[in-house]
Structure formats: C-alpha cells, structure tokens
Design a protein around this ligand. Structure first.
Ligand code: SAM
Length: 178
C-alpha cells in the first residue's frame, strides 16, 4: 500500500515535470526545425522511453507517427498505440542508419555505449539528447553530453522549472564535426 502510494506520488510528480520539459523541447527545439524535422513522417526512436509521456504529448497534438520506444523495462505506457521494444540502448536491435531522429530524454547517464545512438541514426539524421541538471551544473552536463558524440551541435539549452526539475538539451545533426 505504502509503496503503491509512493509510486503514485512519484509518477504524478514526474509526469508534470517531464511534461513541462517536453513542451519546451517541442516548442524550442523541434518545431522551429520543421523544414528539417518532420514529426509526422520521420522514422523516430526514443531510447529509454519510460512511460511515453513525450509520445502522448505528440498524440495530443494530433501527431500519430509510430515512434518506436526502446526501454529495458516496460512500464504502463501513456498511450496504447506506442510501438514498444524491450531492449537495451547499449546494444540496440537495429541496423546502422535506421532512424531519421533519435530521442533520448534523461536516460543518457544510464547508457554504457551512447555511441549506439550515432550508429542507428541516418547519416543526415538528428538526435535530441537531454540530461538532468540544475543551475550549478548545467554547463558541465551539457559539455558531457557533447563529448559523447561526434555530431554537429545545432542548438542547446535548459528546459524545465528552475524551482523544480530541469534538463540540459542538445540537438545534434549527424555527420562529423570538421
Ligand atoms: C529517468 S527515466 C526517463 C524516462 C523518459 N525518457 C522520460 O523522460 O520521462 C530513464 C529511463 O531509462 C530506462 N533505461 C535504463 N537503462 C537503460 C538502457 N540501458 N537502455 C534503455 N533504457 C534504459 C529506464 O528504464 C527508464 O525508463
């Protein structure tokens, strides 16, 4: 009973904080790129999808793309129609260059082989990676994300509520930095 109650409170809190971040990621990072990133059509992978709250947000806006969610654990998904694969982001069950967009929100610190993201991303694909941060460590967290990939950084910044929960987000385009 207590564990269930704790889980419920945690889940509600997580949902509202994550939803705020997702709204900002959509408005600040994805929609301004709409001539390059086509959420309706692009083949999208979400590594560490969790409960699929980002995908639920897309559904609520009428975007029905069958995004593939990968996670080591299947939790109750926020939308029934999300395509879900149980598996690890460390050895992804996909061929090279399989996706136009790879998302990974607040999960990168759990991946032992983050370079898998680059492998499954198409040569001209986009990756949006976020990690938890606060006002003291956001720069260090951003530098850490960028150090993991040999991809061009198009945009970066903080999302979320400074009084609650924040994440540092980096939007990459695949292709080595010259
Ligand atoms: C902090 S949660 C973030 C969930 C979701 N992306 C969000 O923003 O709400 C981290 C997620 O990563 C998953 N995870 C942990 N290790 C993983 C791995 N090696 N490969 C894929 N997913 C993993 C966990 O099961 C969990 O769902």
């Amino acid at each position: 009973m207590t564990q269930e109650f704790t889980r419920e409170i945690y889940s509600d809190w997580m949902r509202s904080t994550q939803e705020k971040k997702y709204k900002e990621i959509l408005l600040d990072f994805i929609l301004p790129m709409k001539d390059k990133i086509n959420l309706d059509r692009d083949k999208i992978l979400d590594v560490g999808i969790g409960k699929g709250w980002f995908e639920k947000k897309l559904r609520d806006r009428g975007i029905e793309n069958s995004i593939i969610g990968l996670d080591v654990e299947k939790m109750g998904l926020a939308s029934k129609d999300i395509e879900f694969i149980v598996g690890s982001g460390d050895y992804m069950p996909f061929r090279n260059n399989s996706f136009d967009i790879v998302l990974s929100f607040d999960t990168i610190h759990l991946l032992k082989r983050p370079q898998e993201i680059e492998r499954v991303l198409s040569d001209d694909g986009y990756a949006i990676i976020s990690t938890h941060c606060n006002e003291r460590n956001f720069k260090k967290r951003g530098d850490k994300i960028k150090s993991l990939f040999d991809m061009e950084v198009l945009k970066e910044g903080i999302v979320g509520d400074p009084n609650d929960e924040m994440s540092y987000v980096v939007l990459f385009r695949n292709g080595s930095v010259v």
